[in-house]
Design a protein around this ligand. Structure first.
Ligand SMILES: Cc1cc2nc3c(=O)[nH]c(=O)nc-3n(C[C@H](O)[C@H](O)[C@H](O)COP(=O)(O)OP(=O)(O)OC[C@H]3O[C@@H](n4cnc5c(N)ncnc54)[C@H](O)[C@@H]3O)c2cc1C
Length: 425
């Protein structure tokens, strides 16, 4: 890694251990809130941070602030199950997510920070011949767009993922899977830290503990934001507030077609390397389980939304039970593992499962939202494209389909198999 990488002697490490971690270089600190900015970005999640980074690096915008009501990475960017892929059916989605997947592959180099992209493959399991033909359709659409996809029968699936119990008699037997080999996982905290550090190095002010509570306007344009630390003038304002976006809509007097729902995840105690891929399993009558193994050895698992709107970050036990049941069904030998941690995040659900990247009420206010339960994988593409939109005023082709007006014109991007119900993350 470039930059300060001091040599630590045994003595300096011992001294640091006694005194605390004083030898660590802070990734971003010391930023003071200024009175005025060219761009104010609300929300230091993945999308806000990535947008700031690209505005500064690609468009040379100098005075940028990110205002975050809690801490960098406190939101969903640090709560997700880290899965990245581009196995979407609709062209509007698969080209966009493919752009993101390509960027994941080079992001560590771009940020000079290891985000631990691990292309270990994502397997969507098929439980009937009907599901196999749907998987084939999705795979064919992807391949026509130049995206890798492979249809595996049961024998090929067993070869790819030997730990998976494909043979056991089940009411809904596993008959095969759609594999995207370049799909996989990325360390989510590292994504937040890497973008924050890179943006900070480019001069972006990252202000934590600063909630935006209102927008002021003059002559039909927004002029700045009210915050818990006072008023800040802004030429352009970007909202990237994920699960809180419906509140931002209310703040601006524009009702948004977004509901906030909870999604839970959990991780087991660390075990030896067991699972070499990401398994996605939607089983009738119960729900969904997706499972992968972290580099530390924990099995990271998630499932469906809790199914009712909420802003609390506490999940229901029955949803956890569904997830665990699915995981043990796939990998019976993990039945004795202990769940170490469990958490939830607030997802900004749109009715078609696709995001919103548009202006909001004023020409100089932009909203980046509606990522549902799949917005982590979108961060690199979203940051680059949205920054272009904000800097130039014109939305790049890659994100044109994500405009808000589709909910009034009816041109929804309802990704079957990737849309809200049933979910496939
Ligand atoms: C359990 C779970 C598992 C998931 N798994 C995956 C997955 O495997 N793959 C995938 O692609 N996606 C996944 N997701 C979805 C993904 O995490 C989100 O879609 C994405 O992180 C949302 O974008 P963000 O990172 O910008 O949001 P966030 O990190 O939530 O950032 C929004 C920020 O805005 C701040 N904010 C809100 N209001 C204000 C205000 N008024 N003023 C100032 N700041 C404000 C918040 O504090 C927050 O930090 C998952 C989500 C959850 C909850």
């Amino acid at each position: 890694m470039r930059g300060a990488s001091p040599h630590y002697s045994a003595w300096s490490l011992l001294r640091a251990r006694i005194k605390g971690h004083g030898y660590w270089q802070p990734l971003w600190t010391g930023h003071k809130l200024q009175e005025a900015y060219d761009v104010v970005i609300v929300g230091a999640g993945g999308h806000g941070l990535a947008t700031a980074f690209h505005l500064a690096r690609d468009h040379g915008i100098k005075r940028i602030a990110i205002l975050e009501k809690r801490l960098v990475g406190y939101g969903n960017v640090g709560r997700n199950t880290t899965i990245v892929r581009s196995n979407y059916l609709l062209p509007e989605n698969h080209y966009f997510y493919e752009d993101s997947l390509r960027r994941w592959a080079t992001l560590s180099r771009d940020l000079n920070y290891n985000v631990m992209y691990s292309p270990r493959g994502v397997l969507d399991l098929a439980l009937s011949e009907d599901e196999m033909s749907k998987a084939a359709r999705r795979g064919n659409a992807m391949r026509l767009a130049g995206i890798d996809a492979e249809l595996l029968d049961r024998a090929a699936l067993k070869r790819y993922c030997p730990e998976l119990d494909t043979q056991r008699a089940r009411r809904f037997p596993i008959v095969g899977a759609l594999l995207q080999r370049r799909g996989g996982t990325v360390r989510h905290d590292a994504v937040a830290w890497g973008y924050a550090r890179a943006a900070s190095a480019l001069g972006v002010d990252i202000i934590e503990d600063c909630e935006v509570t209102g927008v002021r306007s003059t002559a039909g344009m927004a002029s700045g934001v009210e915050t818990t630390r006072g008023y800040v003038e802004a030429e352009r304002i970007v909202f990237a507030t994920a699960g809180h976006t419906a509140m931002i809509g209310s703040m601006l007097g524009v009702p948004l077609p977004i509901e906030t729902h909870l999604l839970q995840a959990m991780v087991t105690e660390p075990i030896k390397p067991l699972l070499n891929t990401v398994l996605v399993y939607v089983y009738p009558g119960h729900g969904e389980t997706y499972i992968c193994q972290s580099d530390r050895g924990g099995l990271v698992m998630g499932g469906m939304l809790d199914g009712f709107p909420s802003y609390t970050r506490e999940g229901r036990w029955d949803r956890m039970e569904d997830v665990v049941e699915g995981a043990v069904d796939l990998l019976p030998h993990i039945a004795g593992c202990k769940i170490l941690r469990h958490w939830a995040g607030t997802n900004d659900m749109t009715m078609d499962g696709s995001p919103i990247m548009d202006r909001l009420r004023y020409d100089n206010v932009f909203v980046n939202a509606g990522w549902c339960y799949g917005g982590f994988k979108a961060i690199p593409a979203s940051g680059a494209a949205f920054a272009t939109f904000v800097a130039t005023g014109s939305a790049p082709d890659l994100i044109k389909a994500y405009r808000l007006s589709r909910f009034t014109t009816g041109h929804l991007l309802d990704e079957r198999g990737g849309g809200p119900f049933p979910v496939r993350l």
